[in-house]
Write a protein that binds this ligand. Structure first.
Ligand code: AN0
Ligand code: CP
Length: 317
């Protein structure tokens, strides 16, 4: 593996899960692999889990880590080619990327959808420039369309907790006051299409995701119906994707909040969320605090997913 931008690059899933299990059980077995190798983690957006879990994974592999928050302390970066740079951005991405490439062996990038131009977001304009101009392996720490390290952790978690050969997994939209990217739901849908499960997506009308991510999922507009017999409830908010509504908040309908009444319709389902989560918007206190909530082990698996992927990248150097 050189670059990692989608869970589709994990290859044979059974093997990927076996590698993840190995990393979880033997976190320090590959300390020599990363010796004198430097990881640069670059954040255009905030992070708690991705920052800490990826750094921990790199340290477990013996790597040195440099973290840069682009918007705090670095020069503000211009990303458009051809602009007269007379504004507040003193440096261009086209110099910054190869310069950063000189200082490290592997680069992780977090660059969310900007919701200014759907085509720019959905062609991964920023991430692709890192791949093209850094000269180094690049992995996504949540880009415009996907969050593969989160999804891989979600897949590992479902694999660990599932009680049935083919569980029913329901991804439900839930309300949120601000416009959030589709990266997490897109990526989760991509992952569930790769797993052996009955996958259902439920959301209000107008929140349809891009068909290439929905894949073979069943889309059910009635949330309660979707919850019936579910083994896993995966809650997430996202802003609209379709047409002129791209990036817009169309609804803050709290009748879509995940509560214990809806959870009672499931087959004692586990509750999942990538975090950060807004309580009593996305999910009620009692559901997220219930024994069926596995948000903490899910977050813990972020170290496992990052370490498994980083190891593959190190092996390719
Ligand atoms: C981000 C999102 O929804 O994509 C990051 C989630 C991992 N969430 C927020 O910005 C609140
Ligand atoms: N789940 C996740 O990626 O969290 P952070 O945004 O805190 O990194």
């Amino acid at each position: 593996m050189r670059h990692f931008t989608s869970v589709r690059q994990l290859g044979e899933l059974k093997e990927a899960f076996a590698k993840a299990k190995y990393a979880k059980e033997n976190p320090f077995a590959d300390q020599e692999l990363g010796r004198n190798r430097t990881l640069l983690m670059l954040f255009f957006n905030s992070s708690l889990r991705t920052r800490l879990s990826t750094q921990k994974a790199a340290m477990n592999l013996g790597m040195n880590v440099i973290v840069l928050d682009v918007n705090q302390g670095a020069w503000k970066l211009e990303t458009e080619r051809g602009v007269v740079m007379d504004g507040d951005r003193p440096e261009h991405l086209l110099e910054a990327i190869p310069v950063m490439g000189c200082y490290c062996d592997v680069i992780g990038v977090r660059s969310f959808a900007r919701f200014e131009n759907r085509e720019d977001d959905y062609t991964e304009k920023i991430l692709e420039q890192f791949i093209r101009y850094s000269g180094k392996p690049v992995f996504s720490m949540e880009a415009a369309t996907r969050h593969p390290l989160q999804t891989f952790a979600d897949m590992i978690t479902i694999e660990e907790y599932r009680k049935k050969e083919r569980p029913k997994v329901v991804m439900t939209w839930a309300p949120h006051p601000k416009a959030l990217p589709q990266a997490v739901p897109n990526s989760f849908a991509e992952g569930m299409n790769m797993m052996d499960c009955e996958f259902v997506i439920t959301h209000p009308e107008g929140y349809e995701l891009a068909p290439e991510f929905v894949g073979n999922a069943k889309v059910e507009y009635n949330q309660k119906k979707a919850f019936e017999g579910a083994d896993f409830i995966y809650a997430k908010n996202w802003a609209a994707f379709a047409g002129d509504n791209y990036g817009k908040v169309l609804s803050m309908d709290r009748s879509w909040t995940v509560d214990s009444e809806k959870m009672a319709l499931t087959d004692n389902a586990f509750f999942m969320h990538c975090l950060p989560v807004r309580r009593n918007m996305i999910v009620t206190d009692d559901v997220i605090e219930s024994p069926q909530s596995i948000v903490i082990p899910e977050a813990a698996n972020r170290v496992v997913s990052a370490q498994t992927v980083l190891k593959e990248i190190l092996l390719s150097l």
